[in-house]
Write a protein that binds this ligand. Sequence first.
Ligand code: PGA
Length: 242
Amino acid sequence: MRLQVYKSYEELSKTTADIIINLVKSKPDAVICLASGDTPRRTCEIVAERGIRERIDFSKFTFIGLDEWVGMPKNNAGSCYYFFETLLIKPLQLSSSQVHLFDALSKNLDDECKKMDKTISEKAGIDLMVVGIGMNGHIGFNEPGVSFDNYSHVIDLDETTITVGQKYFKDAVILKQGITLGLQHLMNSKKAIVIANGTKKAAVIKQAVNGPVSSLFPASIIQEHENGYVMIDEDAATLINK
Ligand code: PGA
């Protein structure tokens, strides 16, 4: 795992967007999985802005959404679906056949997981995963205590995720479960990047980078990824041993 520290959130987002765009340019049929959330928001905006301005061909890549709140309608502005729809899918005019997001309203969530795993294996795996880190060390909805061996699965949300997750919603919502790619997807991806910004993430970044690799702190698994990166701004880097 390599650690890279950037001056600001904007620099971090620009660099992350560069990595995504350069991959699409060099491998137009790349498979890319992105997280939603506050951290990757600016990255997604820059990818869309540059995609339009530079007329980059995004028509052949495969887009995978990392996770979704179980039971959340797509049109709820706090859903992961809505995030990607407004920031990437619409602006870049991605077709439904190239976009793979969990349907969190499906009556058969196990089938949703199987469908996602099948899509990823048929595409010969994920080239690039860009994920955030939760205040409890989760990646996607891989909550503390989750098995490192999981592929897509449904999981009961941790108290921290339920509390912190309210920030995405205008009105209070009941959050109980998540549907998510597993940490095996992260470990099998050809390149994995954990991004974080702000002083509020300094303690979790310290634990992810300097702490023991443990399922009690899922993001620590990035230490074992051969092509894993932790890319953060200076505020998120204040507590780590460099
Ligand atoms: P955030 O979420 O980017 O909104 O901080 C990170 C996460 O919970 O994975």
